[in-house]
Design a protein around this ligand. Sequence first.
Ligand code: AMP
Length: 449
Amino acid sequence: MSFKELGLNEDILKAIEECGYTEPTPIQAQAIPHVLMTRDLVGLAQTGTGKTAGFTLPMIEILAGGRAKARMPRSLILEPTRELAAQVAENFDTYGKYTNLSKALLTGGTSMDEQIKKLDRGVDVLIATPGRLLDLFERGRILLNDIKVLVIDEADRMLDMGFIPDIEKIVSLLPPLRQTLLFSATMPPEIKGLTKKFLSNPREVSVAPPASPAETVEQFLVWTEPKKKYDVLEGIIRDEKVQNAFIFCNRKRDIAGLASWLKKKGYNAQPLHGDMAQSARTQTLADFQADKITLLVCSDVAARGLDVKGLSHVFNYDVPMNPDDYVHRIGRTGRAGLDGRTWMLATKDETKYIDLIEKRIKRSIPVAGKGSQKKDDKKPAPKKPEPKKPYDKKENKKYEGKKPPNKKPSEKRNPPSEKRPPHNEQDGDDSVIGFGNEMPPFFGGKKEN
Ligand code: AMP
């Protein structure tokens, strides 16, 4: 199957060719023909499968014929985070470079004036996070009654982030005669309910069953104690050939402390979390993509759905409370068939979350080395990390209990975790909320109903 056979026009084909894509990914091959036929569609697919092009390419084709009126966008794409919205906007720029569609990105954290000016000129494609869109609607800056195509992307994350009431409100403002596409990594009952309510006789396409981490990801677990986490982590980073890595923390307040400690230890590390100004988040990501940053210490929201090519490692500084988060986090590496390695630091308190994760991924995570705490002694013998040097008992010992040299009182590390709030504490924003998603490469199995 080629892109040409899918029925896309020459301008789009030229842009695709320049991207170096030789053939459609499974989700694209399945979704594009239905979207071009203006059918409603439910796509069960994660980021990393090429799903964004699965809806942007046919949308460019569909929208190429008409003209946008002032304040009346012709299509709407809803995204749960600013970063994802920006990524989708980039996709439109890339694939639509030989067509002259106009687009606007409506996300929080950026100037509203610029967004309003764009809307006033008329846009074909509006890419928005729900909050900012409703805000502008309520100020009378935007009319939604000319929307012909609606995309609800990452629907299960929208659910986890509490956006469903906003989505329902937004959909109630749209004309009933429209095409609706909904993409989600998983299909919890709430999302199924949404599809029944908002989509009309949709086709369903899906790739890669949920909760299947890429086979190319090697996973390891290290048991440790809260006070030793910094040193254990640093020991692993030192031993592994880390080209670039995400280090996920459950709590935002741990992120800055860990990032600055790593910086003091001579690593090229930066924090990324939802409380940072949007300009700083964008700059940090650009620097990471440009290899100016090696270690990105981040929250789930900051890294959610981001397409970073060739990430060599993912570290879980904490065990995620939601097993879907684990699958999502480790899916940041091993993408598109590349190898990746993931390490998770676990403390005794986190045993129950490990159990949930292992149940979810249907296998036990090899334990590398023995820390001072173990989950249980009956665990099967650890599989040795190959081909790199195994993280054995002796190795693990040397990472533990070390204090950073010349530590002044002012550089004191985060308080030991005994003082931290219990694990089910949420940060109060979307950065610790779970979401059912995983990021296998797009070589997943096919299914079409
Ligand atoms: P997405 O799932 O939309 O986040 O896409 C994941 C990555 O796959 C992005 O870097 C895309 O540029 C890339 N991609 C999308 N479609 C194709 C394709 N047909 N062939 C190769 N790479 C692709």
